[in-house]
Design a protein around this ligand. Structure first.
Ligand SMILES: *[C@@H]1O[C@H](CO)[C@@H](O)[C@H](O)[C@H]1NC(C)=O
Ligand SMILES: *[C@@H]1O[C@H](CO)[C@@H](O)[C@H](O)[C@H]1NC(C)=O
Length: 502
């Protein structure tokens, strides 16, 4: 019934849509609708700040479908200023809730956020953020790391960090500074970082160190926000984890973007996820917020063929594409690129054009299969509203060990031998599959947003710093990594002692 109303109303615009809805008994209530989230707190500095708006009807029931893309109007202004340099977007999650996100290009004394529907304020709007409200580029660290963790509502403890650091009862900066370059320095792409007095220093080892830009960027962003403990550590810029020694003696702490069952590297959020957080509403278009506004049709209307696109970076991917050619009604898997293996078109079909990531969500079943290491698309797949079928794998990102098979995703064997069976299960148990999709999405919404990334890094470095036996040093050959200084709008950090103005 409802969908018929929706279709009849759509071409006529959202005002009529609202009328249809109220006829159906759910009228948007400005007072009962809800607003919450970190973007309403001045002290939560993020590249893109965000908060949520949940539509609630006059009866107090939450909307579970969109009340219309333009149901809410948001205005963000700096009351003291003539212009407010803020970019803002309202993202319709199509489930009755919205993400409002904004990127500030200058720091303001205060910020006023108004959320309205048809000229009526929603919930407790207007919200006044008493500042200073710093923008991402403002170099103004909170001096007390514990106070920062509290302001950010970071979790007390993060299990993966404890698991990773448990291999290292102590870290001797003198020792690792010598031994890690000797062990790995020639063959691998490594960065040796020291953070001292909240300044970042680096020495690179190996030839291919282009990916250091991601690590530099997050470290600079962190030190702008919070005074980091003094640290000395090594980051592996390559795909594969490095520390594979079996004996617990003499293993070295190496920070990597990917962990594995057979190594002892310390995992961090991937460069991909990190970059997408830093560049949200900037250089990148795929991030954990944009996906939420592009999750395709509702579950019932999604195509029940399983979908996969990617490159040929692992032999099981070849298997998957072969399978797809054998069972095209069940799996639509194709390569967008051939690089690692010899391309035999008779076996693997033609190379197909990329499809937009958002188009994946036209399909119910998302296949997640390793590339060279873990497939870094998993966070984005989870936060859509399709169900993820995940290959069992030795590789993991920083959050995989908190995911539960059958709760957040449907597992299948590493060699794909039960994939068809699992897809059949999903078709036979549509309601369960839908619930798994929902739980996966909920997990991603609650654990993989930008603020969670910052919490992870700071907790990780804080815990690691406690293991250091002596003072980190700025070593011979290190260079300082400078904060970007091209910022158009200065930030007037109130935390720094103002130099005497003569
Ligand atoms: C579902 O997707 C498959 C594979 O992409 C396609 O062949 C099929 O036509 C689609 N089905 C519908 C009903 O659109
Ligand atoms: C890797 O370890 C996890 C957690 O202990 C386990 O569930 C998984 O089956 C392991 N995968 C492989 C391929 O060994």
């Amino acid at each position: 019934m409802f969908s018929i109303w929706l279709i009849c109303c759509l071409p006529l615009g959202t005002i009529l849509l609202a009328i249809c809805k109220s006829a159906g008994g759910s009228q948007l209530s400005p007072e009962k609708s809800l607003i919450w989230g970190p973007g309403l707190r001045a002290e939560v500095v993020l590249p893109a700040r965000y908060f949520y708006v949940q539509a609630v009807d006059t009866e107090g029931n939450r909307f579970t479908v969109s009340p219309g893309e333009h149901a809410f109007q948001v205005r963000i202004t700096a009351p003291e200023e003539q212009f407010t340099r803020v970019g803002m977007q309202i993202l319709d999650r199509k489930d009755g809730s919205f993400i409002v996100r904004y990127r500030m290009y200058a720091t303001y004394q205060s910020l006023k956020i108004e959320v309205q529907t048809k000229n009526k304020h929603i919930a407790k709007s207007p919200y006044i953020l008493k500042g200073p409200v710093y923008h991402e580029n403002c170099d103004c660290p909170q001096e007390d790391v514990n106070a920062w963790l509290e302001e950010m509502s970071c979790p007390q403890s993060i299990p993966q960090i404890h698991r990773d650091l448990a291999h290292f009862p102590a870290v001797d900066p003198e020792k690792i500074a010598k031994e890690i370059p000797q062990r790995f320095g020639q063959r691998q792409s490594l960065c040796h970082y020291t953070i001292k007095d909240n300044k970042v220093y680096i020495k690179t080892h190996g030839e291919h160190v282009g990916f250091r830009i991601f690590m530099d960027a997050i470290l600079l962003s962190l030190t702008r926000k919070v005074k980091m403990p003094d640290l000395e550590f090594f980051v592996n810029l390559g795909d594969w984890p490095l520390e594979k020694k079996k004996s617990p003696q003499d293993i070295h702490p190496i920070f990597s973007w990917c962990g594995s069952n057979d190594s002892k590297d310390i995992v961090m959020p991937t460069y991909d996820l990190t970059d997408s957080v830093l560049e949200t509403m900037g250089r990148v278009s795929l991030d954990m917020m944009s996906v939420q506004a592009n999750t395709g049709p509702p579950w019932e209307e999604k195509n029940a063929t399983a979908i996969w696109r990617g490159r040929d970076s692992r032999k099981e991917r070849l298997e998957l594409v072969k399978m797809s050619r054998k069972y095209p009604d069940i799996i639509d898997a194709a390569f967008t690129n051939f690089f690692f293996f010899k391309h035999d078109e008779s076996l693997y079909g033609p190379i197909v054009k990329h499809i937009s990531f958002f188009d994946f969500f036209k399909y119910k079943y998302q296949i997640n299969i390793d590339g060279t290491v873990a497939a870094y698309r998993l966070p984005y797949l989870l936060v859509g509203n399709s169900v993820v079928l995940k290959q069992d794998s030795i590789y993991y990102e920083h959050f995989y060990n908190e995911l539960q098979p059958w709760k957040h995703y449907i597992p299948f064997k590493n060699d794909l031998s039960d994939l068809l069976e699992k897809l059949q299960w999903a078709k036979d148990h549509d309601e369960e599959a839908k619930n798994i999709a929902k739980a996966g999405q909920e997990f991603a919404r609650n654990n993989l947003m930008g603020d969670h990334m910052f919490c992870y890094y700071v907790k990780l470095f804080q815990e690691y710093s406690k293991l250091q036996l002596n003072d980190p040093k700025v070593r011979d050959g290190m260079e300082k990594v400078e904060q970007p200084d091209e910022d158009l709008f200065p930030c007037n950090c109130h935390r720094k002692k103002v130099k005497e103005e003569l």
